[in-house]
Design a protein around this ligand. Structure first.
Ligand SMILES: Nc1ncnc2c1ncn2[C@@H]1O[C@H](COP(=O)(O)OP(=O)(O)OP(=O)(O)O)[C@@H](O)[C@H]1O
Ligand SMILES: [Mg+2]
Length: 304
C-alpha cells in the first residue's frame, strides 16, 4: 500500500490560452495536512478540482488514494470528502435532508445516514437546526453544514477549499479543533486558505503558489525561519519614507504597506534606539509569522 494519499506529477492546466497550473508536482502523505496558499487567481481551486476529477489536466499525472484521476475519479471520490470554495447546498431542503441526499449519493442506506447525522450536527454545532431550511441559515451556518456534509461517507481524505472563509472567530476556532481531531484519527487533509494563522496551526507542510507554480514549499516553521528568520517590528504613525532612511542600516529588509512599516530586524534594539523619543510613533515587536512569508513571496510593496 502506498503511503501517499495524493500524488501530482507535472500537472498543467490551461483555460483558453492562459496557463493556470504550470507543471505542478507535489505529494501528500496519508495522515498529513497539506496546505495550498497563494493570492487570488494563483490556481488553488483549479488544483483541488483536478484532484477531485472535476477538471481534467492538459498534461501530467494525478493519483488519489491509489487511483488514477480523472480516469477512475468516481472510485477515488468514494474515499474523499469535499468542501468546495462556494457552497452548493440545496437551499429548499432542511439541514437533515441535505445530509440525507448527500449520503444517498454515496450509496449509503437511509438507516446508516440517520445514524451518522447526530454526530455530524454536533460537529457543526447545528443540533438545533436539523429541521431548518438551508435558506434560513446564516452564511457561517451554511459553511459549517458543508463541512459536516463532507464527512458523511467517513472519508480518508478531505479536500477543503477555504473551509473557514466567512466564519466568525468562534466558529473558526471550533472548526480548527475539529479538523485537528480528524487528523488525530489519521485522516488526510488538503486545504486552501487565505488565513495564514489557519495554515500555520493546521498544516504539516504547505506550498505557496503564484501563477500556477510552487514558489516555496515546506513545514510552516521551516519556511518562516528560511524566509524571515528574525523579529519583525511594525511601526505606525510616522512618515514612512523619513523613518525608512533612519532605520535602514539596522534592518535586514523593510517593507512599507499603507501607513505601516514592516522592519525585519536581526537586532531590534538598534531600531528601537533610532526611534526613541519620537512623538506619535507606535511600535509593535513580534516574532515572524507565515503572513510575513506569504507577503514576502507574493509581493507586499517591497521597498528595500
Ligand atoms: N472555468 C474556468 N474558465 C476560465 N478560466 C478559469 C476557470 N477557472 C479558473 N479560471 C482562471 O484560472 C485562474 C486560477 O483560478 P483559481 O480559481 O484556481 O484561483 P484560486 O487560487 O482558487 O483563487 P481564489 O483565491 O480567488 O479562490 C484564474 O485566472 C481564473 O480566472
Ligand atoms: Mg479559489
Amino acid at each position: 500500500m502506498s503511503k501517499l494519499a495524493v500524488d501530482l506529477a507535472g500537472v498543467s492546466k490551461k483555460y483558453q490560452d492562459k496557463v493556470v497550473v504550470d507543471g505542478l508536482s507535489f505529494t501528500v502523505a496519508k495522515g498529513e495536512c497539506f496546505g495550498l496558499l497563494g493570492p487570488n487567481g494563483a490556481g488553488k481551486s483549479t488544483i483541488t478540482r483536478m484532484v477531485l476529477g472535476m477538471a481534467a489536466p492538459d498534461a501530467g499525472k494525478i493519483t488519489v488514494l491509489g487511483m488514477p484521476v480523472p480516469t477512475r475519479a468516481r472510485l477515488a471520490r468514494a474515499g474523499v470528502g469535499v468542501v468546495p470554495q462556494f457552497d452548493n447546498l440545496d437551499h429548499e431542503f432542511t439541514v437533515r435532508e441535505n445530509l440525507l441526499v448527500f449520503g444517498r449519493y454515496f450509496g449509503m442506506s437511509t438507516y446508516k445516514i440517520e445514524a451518522a447525522i447526530p454526530a455530524l450536527l454536533e460537529f457543526a454545532r447545528l443540533e438545533s437546526k436539523a429541521d431548518t431550511r438551508v435558506s434560513a441559515l446564516s452564511g457561517g451556518m451554511k459553511r459549517r453544514l458543508t463541512l459536516a456534509r463532507a464527512l458523511i461517507n467517513d472519508p480518508q481524505l478531505l479536500v477543503m477549499d477555504e473551509p473557514t472563509t466567512g466564519l466568525d472567530p468562534h466558529a473558526r476556532h471550533l472548526i480548527w479543533e475539529r479538523l485537528r481531531l480528524l487528523l488525530a484519527q489519521g485522516k488526510t487533509i488538503i486545504l486552501t486558505s487565505h488565513f495564514m494563522e489557519e495554515a500555520e496551526r493546521l498544516c504539516d507542510r504547505l506550498c505557496v503558489l503564484d501563477g500556477g507554480r510552487i514558489i516555496a514549499e515546506g513545514r510552516p516553521h521551516a519556511l518562516i525561519d528560511e524566509q524571515i528568520g528574525c523579529p519583525v517590528l511594525e511601526i505606525y504613525g510616522g512618515n514612512p519614507h523619513e523613518l525608512r532612511a533612519l532605520i535602514s542600516p539596522y534592518s535586514q529588509r523593510i517593507e512599507v504597506s499603507g501607513e505601516t512599516i514592516f522592519c525585519y530586524a536581526p537586532d531590534p534594539e538598534q531600531v528601537h534606539k533610532q526611534l526613541r523619543g519620537r512623538a506619535g510613533l507606535r511600535l509593535l515587536q513580534r516574532p515572524p509569522n507565515l503572513e510575513d512569508v506569504f507577503l514576502r513571496l507574493t509581493g507586499r510593496d517591497m521597498e528595500k
